[in-house]
Design a protein around this ligand. Structure first.
Ligand code: ATP
Length: 327
């Protein structure tokens, strides 16, 4: 029976043997429907790539089931690879080709007709602003352009499921937005998209649903709004510390993380004005460098669930460095 689910994963387990062994996936359930972008967020080693590799038959699970567009992906990995398009974490080398030629070649290998592939390649090149490099030898293009080329190679003739493993690595902020638009367009066109990322802000911008993975376990799986709902009514306070000056939070602040000269806490919105007054005072007295108050975000949810994952926050936008900002 055909369902709207493009990918259904149940109870997936994978342990790598070797010194001590690693339980890379520990009973994962995950669904991706047609028309949906589902984010898979987790720090280094959380088990994301292991999950993806099992979906496309590159790694054999110890237990669990994977159904991809109606087929059993474990029993029939060749069908899974036909029905899924995957952009791996590492770019496939395209030395000797130009980006345009590489994109067209993959489209043809995947069964697209010459005319259709040529048109789709041109559309992607324009949409991702790759025009100036499209006909340049691949050896001469930058890392970001190579990454965008790899994305275009993946989606030139996409399967029902499109898996993108860190597609925006090395991509500049402007083209990153263009890429996000193309990810959205894939879903709008009826594909299911699984977007693997470390980047909380990226997840916030693009996904319909987000699964947070930690040590091989899905800790939460919901819409961004659903994930942040428990934090509604609270704000995040972030302060930059003055070296050698101990921080004493305002009593209304619940302390969170404190590392590398920056501390965060949460405060109920009803106490926000008091905390702004306190923070301003601390800045003027030279006990704080700066402060910022922002609405609770997915990043706060992630840190609450996973801990102070410096990895996840690494690519997040940095608040301004003025004397203080209140959102
Ligand atoms: N082939 C392998 N043999 C042994 N251990 C492995 C192998 N591949 C991955 N691991 C281990 O399994 C765990 C999960 O790794 P995985 O690559 O799936 O995580 P990830 O979330 O994709 O990380 P990253 O974001 O760094 O790519 C890690 O502890 C990793 O060291």
């Amino acid at each position: 029976m055909r369902t709207d689910n493009v990918l259904t994963v149940r109870g997936l387990r994978k342990r790598y043997l070797g010194r001590g062994g690693v339980q890379a996936n520990d009973g994962i359930d995950l669904d991706v429907s047609a028309g949906q972008v589902v984010g898979l967020l987790g720090h280094n080693g959380a088990g994301k790539t292991t999950l993806v590799n099992q979906v496309v038959g590159l790694v054999l699970p110890d237990a669990g089931t994977i159904h991809l567009d109606g087929t059993d992906a474990i029993a029939q990995p060749h069908l899974a690879r036909e029905r899924a398009s995957i952009q791996a974490q590492a770019n496939v080398p395209i030395t000797g080709l130009t980006p345009r030629r590489a994109i067209e070649l993959v489209g043809r290998i995947r069964g697209g007709s010459p005319g259709l592939v040529r048109r789709r390649a041109s559309t992607l090149i324009d949409a991702l602003d790759l025009g100036p490099w499209a006909d340049t030898p691949a050896e001469k293009v930058s890392g970001g352009i190579a990454r965008l080329t790899a994305f275009a190679m993946t989606v030139v003739h996409p399967g029902r499921l499109v898996v993108l493993d860190e597609p925006t690595n090395d991509v500049d902020p402007v083209r990153r937005r263009l890429l996000w638009q193309q990810i959205r367009a894939l879903a709008d066109d009826g594909r299911g998209v699984l977007l693997v990322t470390h980047n909380v802000r990226e997840a916030e911008r693009v996904v319909d649903r987000l699964a947070i993975l930690d040590h091989g376990v899905v800790l939460a799986d919901d819409t961004p709004a659903g994930l942040t709902a428990p934090l509604h009514g609270s704000l995040t306070v972030e302060v930059d510390l003055v070296p050698d000056v101990a921080l004493t939070w305002h009593p209304a602040v619940r302390a969170g993380t404190n590392a590398r000269g920056r501390a965060t806490g949460t405060v109920s919105a009803v106490h926000a004005a008091d905390v702004v007054g306190w923070a301003q005072n601390e800045v003027e007295a030279g006990r704080l460098e700066r402060y910022a108050l922002t609405p609770a975000s997915l990043e706060d949810v992630y840190v609450t669930l996973v801990g102070d994952g410096q990895h996840a926050a690494a690519d997040a936008a940095t608040p301004g460095t003025g004397a203080g900002e209140a959102a």
